[in-house]
Design a protein around this ligand. Structure first.
Ligand code: GTB
Length: 211
């Protein structure tokens, strides 16, 4: 049974890969699992049929038979657990890879989202300019230790895993800000992720409707 995911019918980023279906597509591509995409409009996302799949009326969702999932952390972990290629076989290494998924979405992504909101949603507020350095510092407070931990390793814990997939996906949100470039090893890490053929295929697939 081919899994189906939902994605923006018209992504506000015009196909730059920033919407979160990209990380799910990337996971499918890494494990070689074909998938289908059901595009949804902003209006349809808030209607009962979609709310039955996603209580918060967002994308992406995942459907396979009678299983319905939302939350990219859960979806990527599910794909990684069901297929070879994104989690190590060794139990401890597997637990560490899963820890990096959580670290990406729970510890590193929140200040990055805060920065995106500060720029996109609050940029016109009178206090915005004063607050921005503080918000950027909170991002650096996460990137500094992440950079220290990565050091000159290729991936966060030996071989590429779903933890790296999620961390690179999260860091990609910072591309336009230039903050990742302050940490050359993180910048190279993100570039390694983007260079993976599976990421390239996922990126091309999400961009296709906008070309
Ligand atoms: N925690 C959830 C998850 O990880 O799955 C968050 C899901 C989420 O934020 N979905 C967003 C959404 O559906 C799309 S990805 N938003 C519509 C809504 O809430 O009504 C976030 C996103 C949106 C747009 C851009 N962009 O254009 O640059 C980037 C990222």
């Amino acid at each position: 049974m081919t899994p189906i995911i939902t994605a923006f019918e018209r992504s506000p980023d015009g196909g730059k890969g920033l919407a979160r279906d990209t990380r799910v597509r990337w996971a499918f591509e890494e494990v070689g699992q074909p998938y289908e995409v059901r595009p949804v409009s902003f209006q349809a996302m808030k209607e009962p049929a979609h709310l039955a799949l996603h209580p918060f009326g967002q994308i992406p969702t995942f459907e396979e038979g009678d299983l319905v999932l939302f939350e990219t952390g859960s979806i990527v972990l599910h794909i990684a657990q069901r297929h070879e290629g994104l989690l190590p076989d060794n139990g401890n290494a597997r637990a560490r890879a899963i820890t990096w998924i959580f670290a990406a979405i729970n510890t590193v992504e929140p200040p990055i989202l805060e920065l995106a909101n500060a720029i996109l949603l609050e940029g016109d507020k009178p206090w915005s300019k004063e607050r921005l350095p503080l918000v950027k510092q909170r991002v650096r407070d996460r990137l500094g230790p992440l950079s220290d931990r990565l050091g000159d390793a290729e991936w966060l814990d030996d071989a590429f895993s779903a933890g790296d997939l999620m961390m690179v996906s999260v860091l990609l949100r910072l591309k336009r800000s230039g903050i990742v470039d302050e940490y050359p090893n993180l910048s190279a890490y993100v570039a390694r992720g983007e260079a993976r053929p599976a990421y390239q295929r996922a990126y091309a697939a999400q961009a296709a409707p906008f070309r």
